[in-house]
Design a protein around this ligand. Structure first.
Ligand code: PLP
Length: 397
């Protein structure tokens, strides 16, 4: 039966990574992949993670199963990181969390959970969104629709259109919002817009799903959750998918969490049983390593302080480069307005250049970015920023 299989097209970002790898040009620049890189172009293991790994080696005395919800200490930490330690949803016992294989695992478990709660639900995603969102929800048998979000003309948000479209979403549907550092545009809702969104969700009764893959990469650990926390204050039900891939640099360890926020603690108990049954039927239990490391870090005041410092270094480096890009473009005599780059947050930015210009950058300069003109700012460093700005000046002529 396998001979009937048809090839599945490769994810464009993975295709781009492969082309970059094969490119012999020593000046090549990778602005495609969504992974943090330091000034040396390296994705290093954080020092706090190294210390937590040493601690794990010393303390671990068993490899027995950890249970379907995963590491309970990790779950408790991740809830406090997201909502703050004294948020009413935590105090009222309205949050159920399971640690998952990455943020992707969290989204897939959330999708199956939604399917159980309402098999006819449509999941509404931003236009555009992280490409995997659509396939993840469709794979669980859910319908996916887009709502207006990014405005290619103004390089801002189509907020009025977004609100008008979401006003038609019925109760029982799910609206996915990015907590911060929108992937791929870098454009986030401001707090006033979050408030309006939360009011709408409450009024219409749709269920928000907040995807938080970049907590701490935008403005700060607490600042990046302002919208989420306000939303949780207002609406009775909510889903949250978190990831520790970027903010702890634990990408390949596959560590994230899904949290279900219910109207009361009695419903939370039922939601827990459904959530764990979903986990049991997909992978039974999550891998322990990443969760134990995060737990070790957050259980120790010293390691937490070190993590905060390392996270701030990553965040500040990206934010400094947002300004540096604009300065370097000016130095190269680029007249177009790229000031929108400093209004965006997180790892990504849409440059807003066309397909021919993207192709020319790749062919003539070995500069790789996604076809939508999304660039990963962390791919830039002092050795390649001038080369990148010069190449941009050429293709924009
Ligand atoms: N959600 C968004 C918006 C993302 O950009 C990513 C990763 O790039 C994820 C979720 C999932 O991250 P991971 O599965 O690597 O933890």
């Amino acid at each position: 039966m396998f001979s009937h299989l048809q090839p599945t097209p490769i994810d464009p970002i993975l295709g781009l990574m492969a082309a970059y790898k094969e490119d012999p040009n020593p000046q090549k620049v990778d602005l495609g992949v969504g992974v943090y890189k330091d000034e040396n172009g390296h994705t290093a293991v954080l020092k706090c993670v190294k210390e937590a790994e040493a601690l794990r080696l010393k303390l671990e005395d068993s490899k027995t199963y950890i249970g379907m919800a995963g590491d309970l200490s990790f779950n408790s930490h991740i809830e406090k990181l997201a909502f703050g330690p004294a948020h009413q949803v935590l105090l009222a016992g309205r949050v159920v969390t399971a640690h998952t294989p990455g943020g992707t695992g969290a989204l897939r478990v959330a999708a199956e959970f939604i399917k159980k709660a309402n098999p006819d639900a449509t999941v509404w995603v931003t236009n555009p969104t992280w490409a995997n969102h659509v396939s993840l929800f469709q794979a669980a048998g859910l319908k996916v629709k887009e709502y207006s979000y990014y405005d290619w003309e103004t390089k801002g948000l189509k907020f009025d259109a977004m609100m008008a479209e979401l006003a038609t979403v019925p109760a029982g549907d799910v609206v996915l919002v990015h907590a911060c550092c929108h992937n791929p545009s870098g454009m986030d809702l401001n707090f006033a817009q979050w408030q309006q969104f939360a009011e709408l969700a409450k009024e219409k009764g749709f269920t928000p799903l907040v995807d938080m893959a970049y907590q701490g990469f935008g403005l700060g650990l607490d600042e990046d959750t302002q919208g989420l926390r306000y939303l949780a204050d207002l609406v009775p039900e909510l889903l949250l998918c978190s990831s520790c891939s970027k903010n702890f640099g634990l990408y390949r360890e596959r560590i994230g969490a899904v949290s279900v926020i219910t109207a009361d603690s009695k419903t939370a108990d039922i939601a827990r049983s459904v959530l764990l049954a979903v986990v049991r039927s997909i992978y039974s239990m999550p891998p322990a390593h990443g969760a134990i490391l995060v737990s070790h870090i957050l259980n120790s005041a010293e390691l937490t302080a070190l993590w905060h410092q390392e996270l701030a270094e990553m965040r500040n480096r990206i934010n400094n480069y947002r300004q540096l890009i604009i300065d370097k473009f000016k130095e190269q005599g680029i007249a177009q307005d790229f000031s929108f780059i400093t209004r965006q947050h997180g790892m990504f930015s849409f440059l807003g250049i066309n397909k021919e210009q993207i192709e020319q950058l790749r062919k003539d300069y070995s500069i790789y970015m996604v076809g939508s003109s999304r660039v990963s700012i962390a791919g830039l460093n002092h050795s390649n920023i001038d080369y990148f700005a010069k190449a941009m000046a050429e293709v924009l002529k």
